[in-house]
Unconditional design. Sequence first.
Length: 171
Amino acid sequence: DYDVALKKVEAIRICSVRQLIPSIRMMPQYRAELFGRLYRWLAEKQIRPSGIELAIYHNTEYTETNIDMEAAVIADKHDVERCLHSSEYSSERGNGVTMCELPGSENMASVIHYGQPQEVVRAITALYTWIADNHMHTKGPFREMHLYGRELELKSHAPVTIEIQIPVSRR
């Protein structure tokens, strides 16, 4: 029971870390490690998140192995520009943190999940079903937007709000 919306989404500036996760079973451990590494680096570089955190999944099809995931946060534009122009950033790029612009889309299929984080797969399934039923196809990775705050700060089993976005086009 999800309502899907088609909307325009602007490009956003993100800081992120990306890694292949060996299996879906190992997802919680790897997600915690990726977000932890990202937030430690941001604090060290004095870069303030200026928006929500998100997970980006780059696999083109559903898979339970070798999941290509990126943990990201929307970052303050001025802090990012300062860091990009420092010699420290270019000499430290081996740490896996990148700064880039996540493209926008004129046609972003979107659905809101409110419930337990582990149940977000229901929203993802509903969104992909809607895309197929409406004769569309995906044009890039799907985004899991954390509207509830930071994943690493979840302390209870309270419901969360997550937006799933996928850029699409007509077939």
